[in-house]
Design a protein around this ligand. Structure first.
Ligand code: UFG
Length: 331
């Protein structure tokens, strides 16, 4: 059991979207944060809440040095590649970073002293679920290399726990969205593949929005997803680390709201929030998109006492719009 009421946390991928929001959340609550990132997709400008270590998660010596130097109480591991389409084109990259990188973290913890590890999982582990909302005990059957790398990571964690007593929580995100309420960080991917930033860029006139399919078996024909505000995700990571530091059991937990929203509903709400039309064209379906993916969020509530607070569409879209208008992302 931990004796102090603050934690020192090493955050891999702390220069990225969810990582930077989590660093801010930790720092605001008096915790100490060290970001470890190779800046391959992260941004140095988003590291604002503690020291920065430039390093790759696949570099055993560098990571071990960082842990030896900073002696964190726990790790939160975000560093990964996340584009489903790219994972189909270049699976080697995905297995290398997401699996080998995660394995290296576990090996360093095994050798340097085990401590709690919270990782970025994904709803992609469920593939095309035949139940909705989907709970953590649903069959995992990922349909692309990205989803498989996230499932392999969970399997490795379970094996390392048995062999080396490594405590872990895997947080399976549904659709991360929105931006920091103070505009200090936000979504910044290059290229951007996610729906909400693409909708907002279409509003600003930078690029056409492609709607991938309106012939799904959903009420309006467009895909339904569970959008969860990135600040809610940040809070869940901290709750998960506290859960492990209190000696409670390792587990996988969905992070979603339980509420499904269609692409057409996002477009309509974006138009309302921005006061502008959203120009779009309907394209064929994007391969691998399930018609509907919505979380059963009960376990997060029961195990972590966590619940989404900022994930209403108004807050998600207005915060994302403010970030988009601030023009901090290069595109
Ligand atoms: N979409 C569009 N146009 C776009 C972008 C997306 O119509 O420009 C549609 C997609 O077809 C999908 C919905 O909007 O129906 C949401 O797409 P996103 O790309 O924003 O998100 P996904 O649901 O595809 O992906 C998310 C995460 C992935 C994760 C996946 C798990 O971003 O990392 O959930 O299923 F793998």
């Amino acid at each position: 059991m931990r004796r102090k009421n603050w934690m020192k946390v090493l955050v891999t991928g702390g220069a990225g979207y969810i990582g930077s929001h989590t660093c801010k959340y930790l720092a605001e609550r008096g915790h100490s944060v060290v970001t470890y990132d190779n800046l391959s997709t992260g941004h140095r400008e988003l590291v604002k809440w503690g020291p920065f270590v430039h390093g790759d998660i696949r570099d055993y010596a560098s990571l071990r040095r960082a842990i030896h130097t900073h002696e964190p109480d726990g790790l939160i591991h975000f560093a990964s590649v996340i584009a489903v389409g790219e994972s189909v084109q270049n699976p080697g990259l995905y297995y290398d970073i997401n699996c080998m990188g995660s394995l290296t973290i576990m090996q360093v913890l095994r050798d340097e002293g085990v401590r709690p590890l919270v990782v970025s999982g994904s709803a992609a582990v469920y593939g095309l679920p035949n139940v909705c909302p989907v709970g953590e005990s649903a069959v995992t059957n990922p349909i692309n290399p990205y989803g498989r790398t996230k499932l392999v990571m969970e399997w490795m964690l379970a094996d390392f726990e048995v062999a080396h007593k490594l405590p872990w929580v895997a947080l399976r995100y549904f659709n991360a969205s929105g931006a920091d309420a103070d505009g200090e960080t936000g979504e910044w991917h290059e290229p951007e593949t996610h729906l909400i930033p693409n909708v907002l860029r279409a509003v600003r006139g930078g690029q056409e929005l492609k709607v991938f399919g309106n012939d799904y078996s959903t009420p309006d024909g467009t895909c339904i997803r569970d959008y969860i505000h990135v600040s809610d995700l940040a809070a869940a990571h901290v709750a998960a680390l506290e859960h492990l530091l209190a000696g409670r059991p390792s587990t996988s937990i969905n992070l979603g709201t339980g509420r499904g929203v269609s692409v057409a509903e996002i477009i309509a709400k974006a138009s309302q929030v921005t006061g502008k039309p959203v120009p779009y064209t309907v394209y064929p379906r994007r391969p691998g998109d399930p018609a509907m993916l919505v979380a059963d969020p009960a376990r997060g509530r029961e195990v972590l006492g966590w619940e989404a607070k900022y994930s209403d569409l108004e807050t998600i879209l207005s915060s994302a719009w403010a970030w988009e208008c601030a023009g901090k992302t290069a595109h």
